[in-house]
Design a protein around this ligand. Sequence first.
Ligand code: C5P
Length: 292
Amino acid sequence: MPAKINLALCVGPVREDGYHPLGTVFHAVSLFDDLTLTAAKPGEAKLTVQGEWAEVVPTDETNLAVKAIRLLERVYGPQQSGVEMVIHKAIPVAGGMAGGSADGAAALLAGAVFWDLDIQPAELLELAAELGSDVPFSLMGGTAIGTGRGEKLTPLLTRGVYHWVLALADQGLSTPEVFAKFDEIGNVKGTEIPSEMLAALTAGDVHTLAATMRNDLQEAALDLRPELAETLEAGLKAGALASLVSGAGPTCAFLAASETDAIDLENKLLAAPQVASTRRATGPAQGAMLTI
Ligand code: C5P
């Protein structure tokens, strides 16, 4: 399952249920978590996590992949076999790139196929929304408008390939904390997505896309992590067309005009003292993909 960047994240005032209404443009990028599922004893949902951030990922019932399996069991009844899952992580943990959601989406799809459950795609998206606001998009991939709390999706037709450099942070940020800081700051602009951005994506106009990117959570993320402002600045100095915090952060995303520019930008960013690690990715990337 792919990671995501929010090209636009337009946030309204907090709702009574504690969620915030969003107008967002999700964009899947080519960093993928892999999940392998095999049979285990009935009732079991065992999880092992491998990869760079393995030690900071919970493997108990709080992991979205385990929650996805439990959700399927709740809705479709107990199954003859349990599951053992291995996740190989390439998406930064608590980085604002929907890494946990990607794993939840992967487990949902893998469990449904493994148990041969009679689920229509629309039902799968509904179950995904129950797991978390970003999970439906992790299934869908590509580029899509998200409304509601982010779970109501409309796919967007886009032209071209976009080149991204991502600056990763050592420590993650908690999404609820960033939203709470957003409420505290109180600078609410509303949920309307800039129409110029949608036109730019249809036309494949990277410069207008760069000019219209917006993240209403960025101010809150910078308040919690002031050093991210330097990272964003370093990217612009290094030639990025645009820089923004990804989702609730702390990963910073930089848009480049071409692959060569992205390579050059990545090298310059790595020379900046506050940037420890980077990734290059392209978007839009595909959503859930099964290999059996
Ligand atoms: O839906 P999910 O479980 O991923 O959301 C995690 C947390 O992020 C929520 O509990 C809420 O604090 C915050 N959130 C929000 N508004 C949204 C999405 C998430 O306030 N639209």
